[in-house]
Design a protein around this ligand. Structure first.
Ligand SMILES: C[S@@+](CC[C@H](N)C(=O)[O-])C[C@H]1O[C@@H](n2cnc3c(N)ncnc32)[C@H](O)[C@@H]1O
Length: 218
């Protein structure tokens, strides 16, 4: 799939692109384009935002600037999912991640300062997505959160089997994952559950499912 991130700060993504699993799928299952509004703005001197009508502090990302960025990237063939990252959007969950990871192309639009001219969200985007009920200073971290979550769902991103029994997966009926332990088997009197040392994989599987169920209720 291809993900296009529209941002004023493309260099912010340098760290993420070096991290697994994103680095693993980059250039293969995932094509990532980082597109700077400033490169395609029709305004002079790289201007992308403006004062809010009605007064108030903070700058607002302009609709003509975002439209020009989308026009340059896609012409008339815009992606099925053009996502505005905003604290006012649908809250991100695993179901939405799966939905977006199944798309051939997704555009992620970030903003800064006071946010988007509302016509960007209502007229140019198909989705508005929030990563949680709090306000960050820009859409770059939300875009990275979404990118990482999407990358994990792409073929070859994770070691064989390691993404199957994760929290919120269908394999665990959408519940939380069971607890994990590693060596030492006892530490300061804190013992690893006996069952995990038994070698009985049928029983271990049953125990894990039960633990997952217990963690997921309430
Ligand atoms: C300071 S915020 C603007 C907040 C906006 N004035 C409001 O009160 O709803 C600047 C930008 O950061 C991004 N952002 C901040 N918090 C976010 C969140 N929880 N989820 C997604 N994007 C967020 C959005 O792109 C937003 O336009």
């Amino acid at each position: 799939m291809r993900v296009d991130v529209f941002t004023q700060v493309p260099h912010a993504f340098a760290w993420l692109t070096e991290q697994k699993p994103l680095a693993t799928v980059l250039g293969g299952e995932l094509e990532l384009r980082l597109l700077n509004y400033r490169d395609t703005t029709p305004l002079r001197a790289g201007q992308v935002d403006d004062d809010p009508y009605g007064g108030g502090s903070g700058m607002v990302l302009r609709v003509d600037v975002v439209d020009a960025a989308l026009e340059t990237a896609y012409g008339d063939a815009r992606p099925e999912r053009v996502v505005a990252l905003t604290p006012q959007g649908r809250q991100l969950d695993q179901q939405l991640v799966e939905e977006l990871a199944a798309e051939p192309e997704v555009a992620l639009l970030s903003s800064r300062f006071e946010g988007f001219d509302d016509r960007i969200v209502s007229r140019l985007c198909t989705d508005a997505v929030s990563i949680g009920p709090y306000v960050l200073s820009g859409g770059e971290l939300p875009a990275m959160v979404l990118l990482d979550a999407i990358a994990r769902r792409l073929p070859g991103a994770l070691a064989e089997g390691s993404g199957e029994h994760e929290s919120f997966s269908a394999e665990l009926n959408g519940g939380l994952e069971y607890p994990h332990y590693t060596r030492p088997s006892t530490y300061r009197g804190w013992d690893v559950p006996e069952i995990l040392l038994s070698g009985d994989h049928g029983e271990i599987d049953r125990w894990r499912r039960e633990q997952s169920r217990l963690r997921s209720v309430g």
